[in-house]
Design a protein around this ligand. Structure first.
Ligand code: 5AD
Ligand code: SF4
Length: 443
């Protein structure tokens, strides 16, 4: 392997799980002496880590693959590897085999630890290598992953999902839910703390069902307490929480565990109980609002963010008004909004009354306007407050001498700050607010 161009470029699509998987792949490549390339063109190996949660993600991938083909024609030695959720869809792999014979390596979401062997095989045998597991027996750790930040890290606590929301492809691409043991997770967190990490984000499709059906006795709240015992860790975050499984013990953990950040991403998806039932979400508009009220009663300064889908099959204007009403009642700090996208193989794909694109777009625009005005109003309340901010790095905005960081509640703040302080927590007085960020000054 020594006589090849040992530079790599990873292009990641989709969620934090994929981002973290890419960090693991980068770590494995660096272990073998590869270094990151500045640009995709000219890299020895190009890796595309794909997402299939919405159809435009699929289309975007094939568009990008066309560009990569041109690069490979110009630089024939370039290796191309594709991985991630799209590889778990049989029809995609068939398309790759039939039309994209020039792709060197394809591997699935559960084959990441095998990547070095797959690469070696490709180099030795000079033929395409495809390896896709249908189910997993272990959850791999992130030790050795190449982190984007020195001072903070993702930690995978579980893989897969058992919820089968009727619109969602994830249970088919990431397999059944499987939790790592608490010992394994705490070991990784200790290793990270020794390596300079101060903030960990515990990752799972639904962290609230951590430990379900396992032979160890540790639920998600207990896991948080155990992670909090690790010396050097100052902040704990998590992502994502299904409202149906959020326990009183987790709400209590926010009040008892100082290291647990006051932010929760609590995807509601829709405000109409009728549609929520069709989505197979197992809660109603009322029970969700009740949950938010309980969270706020226990943790008054908690920041609540969400995901919302508009245009699910059968959604009427009245259903959509219920979503607007819920958004106005909960007053989210921010929300990701999605146009419903048909995913072949999911139950919603064949439901009647699919919503026309123009209606979806019109509702989407109205929802985004409502959310943005709430976000701006809520951000304005921060002006004059002092917040603890973990300084992440230099800011892209506001010129040199500006840094960016996150408050405990995950609000983005830009402020003048010497670069030596990057990676530390500082007190920042908030002096201004926009829809998507705050501005401030160090105290
Ligand atoms: N169409 C639109 N949005 C979707 N999501 C998941 N599946 C779909 C789909 N088919 C959204 C959900 C989820 C987020 C990660 O992506 O809101 O919480
Ligand atoms: Fe998809 Fe629902 Fe699982 Fe989230 S909980 S990954 S939306 S099936």
């Amino acid at each position: 392997m020594d006589n090849i161009n040992k530079t790599y470029f990873i292009q990641t699509f989709g969620c934090q799980m994929n981002e973290h998987d890419s960090e693991k792949i980068a770590g494995m490549l660096e272990e073998q002496g590869f270094v990151a390339a500045e640009e995709r063109e000219g890299a020895g190996i190009i890796i595309m880590n794909t997402c299939s949660v919405r159809e435009n993600a699929n289309n975007h991938f094939f568009g990008q693959l066309g560009v990569v083909k041109n690069i490979k024609e110009k630089h024939p030695g370039t290796l191309v590897a594709v991985c991630g959720c799209m590889m778990q869809q049989k029809e995609i792999v068939e398309t790759l085999k039939a039309k994209y014979g020039w792709v060197d390596i394809a591997f699935g979401t559960m084959n990441i630890p095998e990547f070095p062997q797959l690469l070696a095989e490709r180099l030795e045998e000079q033929k395409r290598v495809i390896s896709i597991k249908e189910s997993q027996d272990t959850v791999d750790d992130g030790i050795g992953a190449l982190r984007k930040f020195r001072h903070k890290s993702f930690v995978n606590i579980m893989n897969g999902c058992n919820n089968f929301c009727t619109y969602c492809i994830v249970p088919y691409t990431r397999g059944r839910e499987m939790s790592r043991t608490p010992e394994d997770i705490v070991n990784e967190v200790r290793w990270l703390a020794e390596d300079g990490v101060k903030e960990v984000t515990l990752l799972g499709q639904n962290v609230n069902s951590y430990g379900n059906g396992c032979d160890f006795d540790c639920d998600f709240a207990s896991l948080i307490y155990r992670v909090a015992e690790v010396e050097g860790i100052e902040r704990i975050r998590f992502m994502t929480s299904h409202p149906k499984d959020l326990s009183d013990r987790l709400i209590e953990a926010f009040t008892k565990c100082d290291k647990l950040c006051h932010h929760i991403h609590l995807p509601v998806q829709c405000g109409s109980s009728r549609i929520l039932e069709k989505m197979n979400r197992h809660y109603t508009k009322e029970s969700y609002i009740n949950l938010v009220d309980r969270l706020r009663a226990a943790v008054p300064d908690i920041v609540i963010t969400t995901d919302i889908i508009v245009g699910f099959p059968g959604e009427t204007e009245e259903d959509f008004q219920e979503t607007l009403d819920l958004v106005n009642r909960v007053e989210y700090d921010s929300a990701f909004t999605f146009l419903y996208s048909i995913r072949t193989g999911t139950p919603a794909a064949t439901m009647p009354d699919q919503i026309p694109e123009d209606v979806k777009h019109d509702r989407f625009d109205r929802l985004v306007d409502a959310i943005n005005s709430i976000t701006a109003r809520k951000n304005a309340l921060y002006v004059g407050r002092t917040e603890k901010v973990l300084i992440d790095g230099k800011s892209q905005r506001g010129g040199s001498g500006m840094c960016t960081g996150r408050t405990d509640g995950f609000k983005l703040v830009n402020f003048p700050c010497p670069a030596e302080r990057i990676g530390n927590i500082a007190e920042v007085r908030i002096t201004g607010a926009n829809t998507f960020s705050l501005t401030g000054e160090l105290i």
